[in-house]
Design a protein around this ligand. Structure first.
Ligand code: AMP
Length: 504
């Protein structure tokens, strides 16, 4: 999250369309070429953030850091950069923020020198009380260097009265509210943390633990450890999946091994269901379930719920592909590539204005007339946010000669903004927050439109349906049921109200 500063110095999300970041984190302990291994891990996590990237290493005496705007390959493709990051321990971060705060000082990992040594932290998620904490910390004299919510961790650790870094970290964690998966590096340890509800993912892996030492191991048989947002980052570096870091767990990794601390009381888990629908890479396994499989199953459920007679099932690439495959299989209708994606254009969301976004969609997708002409087409995509993509794609498919165009969406309607680390526009810009499904169908000019039901989504992911009293996932973007309190929202509303009163 970005903390926008008002002229009088108070931070607030005012006038921001977007206030979220999407991020990927990675860390290694006891691995030779730690910076290169981390760059590879970040490369596999590039889909979680394309705006900026950074790596901090520790060589046993000193910390080293390199950060830059842009992609991992743009920043860490040069061997000289990797050589400037010595040491067998490292953490890294990919960031994708959409506010104006796209400046180098916001790029993570954040680093600070403390009395106990150095400390670097990389964060995926959003702290929902960041503004409240920021204001309190500024009043105490803390000088913020960035406008990211993640920096509150640094200051909370700095002012903590505990002596060890782990105790200070726990002290800080007990004051933050929100969704966070963290990797952190101190002189003594690599640490990984998941928030008590486990909203964002974090996994633990082993690297080079075989007798030969394997790729990347710094000390042969003992091997090293890896923390990552997703399993696809383990695969690329030849690491083995050990387990998910548990919700509310801190793993402290040093040469003695992995030590687990659970400083919070037990709360029911609420993993983000949108990771399965869209965000994670399809070759990752999350909470024991392959994402690819999950997407195919959601597609099959969608077909069971809302299939219409059709000649061809066409995915909106890339994110709609597995769901469309599952749909086609279930419906017994051929799957075909009626839309071709240009891979050299960034995600639609990177474009900041509606006008440019419209151009972006045209740049990104084109219709494959050979598949579409004269056909009754079912288009499958993972979500409708503003409706920009669907509107353009339907228009494109009609222009390529399709007889009918039916849109099927492998998520329920997105009616609420995410405050936990998935980039979404403010609620007023979400198409489904303002319109019924029938109205949306008209707006995107589809012959019909259907979304998978919330129970269908849960069924596809192995539950009987959504248990309203104890939902298994965080599905706030579809239900408005926010599992983590949103103090900043209340705070901002109060504050904006008082500003209005003051100005009258
Ligand atoms: P829109 O065009 O605004 O309706 O956005 C929907 C499209 O954006 C879909 O094709 C999704 O695959 C994609 N999408 C959904 N959520 C996100 C997100 N958080 N970040 C980037 N792209 C997204």
């Amino acid at each position: 999250m970005s903390l926008t500063t008002l002229p009088h110095g108070d931070p607030a999300v005012v006038g921001d369309d977007k206030f979220h970041e999407e991020c990927g984190v990675f860390g290694v302990w006891n691995v030779s070429d730690a910076a290169a291994v981390t760059a590879l891990g970040l490369h596999a996590l590039q889909h979680r953030g394309q705006e900026a990237t950074g790596i901090v290493t520790f060589d046993g005496a000193r910390f080293h850091s390199h950060k830059g705007m842009g992609l991992v390959g743009d920043n860490f493709g040069d061997a000289r950069v990797i050589a400037s990051l010595p040491g067998p321990r490292a953490i890294g971060h990919n960031r994708y923020a959409t506010t104006g705060d796209t400046v180098l000082r916001n790029v993570q990992p954040l680093y600070a020198d403390f009395e106990f040594g150095g400390f670097a932290v990389a964060h995926n998620g959003n702290l929902t009380n960041a503004h409240v904490l920021h204001r309190a910390l500024v009043r105490r004299g803390c000088l913020f260097q960035s406008t990211t919510d993640s920096e509150v961790f640094i200051h909370l650790i700095a002012i903590s009265l505990y002596s060890t870094v782990v105790d200070r970290l726990i002290d800080a964690l007990k004051q933050v509210v929100g969704a966070y998966s963290l990797v952190a590096l101190s002189n003594e340890a690599l640490m990984g943390v998941r928030d008590p509800l486990g909203v964002r993912p974090l996994i633990l892996g082993r690297i080079g633990a075989d007798a030969s030492g394997g790729a990347g191991a710094a000390n042969g048989a003992n091997g090293g450890w890896v923390l990552a947002s997703e399993t696809c980052a383990l695969d690329i570096v030849g690491a083995e999946f050990v387990r998910d870091v548990e919700p509310g767990e801190i793993v402290v990794i040093n040469d003695k091994g992995v030590h687990s601390i659970k400083p919070f009381g037990r709360t029911p888990e609420r993993f983000c269901v949108f990771e399965y629908i869209y965000f994670a890479r399809p070759d990752s396994v999350m909470e024991g379930m392959p994402v690819y499989e999950a997407r195919k199953r959601i597609g099959a459920e969608l077909a069971r719920e809302s299939h219409v007679p059709a000649d061809v099932i066409v995915p909106v690439p890339d994110s709609g592909v597995p769901a469309a495959m599952g749909y086609a299989e279930e419906a017994g209708v051929p799957f075909d590539l009626g839309i071709i994606r240009n891979h050299y254009v960034g995600r639609t969301f990177i474009e900041p204005t509606d006008h440019i976004r419209n151009l972006g969609v045209k740049l990104k997708h084109s219709a494959n007339r050979a598949v579409l002409e004269g056909k009754r087409v079912v288009l499958v995509d993972d979500s409708i946010v503003r409706g920009t993509t669907s509107r353009k794609i339907v228009e494109m498919v009609r222009a390529a000669g399709a007889k009918e165009v039916h849109m099927r969406i492998s998520s329920p309607p997105t009616t609420h903004s995410c405050f936990y680390g998935i980039d979404t526009p403010e609620r007023g810009k979400l198409l489904a927050a303002r319109h019924s499904v029938e109205e949306m169908a008209q707006l995107i000019n589809a012959d019909s439109l259907a979304f998978v039901s919330i129970d269908g989504l849960y069924r596809a992911l192995g539950s009987k349906g959504r248990d309203a009293k104890a939902p298994r996932f965080c599905d706030a973007c579809f239900t408005g049921d926010y599992p983590v309190p949103l103090p900043d929202q209340a705070d901002n509303n109060d504050r904006q109200l008082s500003l209005l009163t003051e100005s009258r």
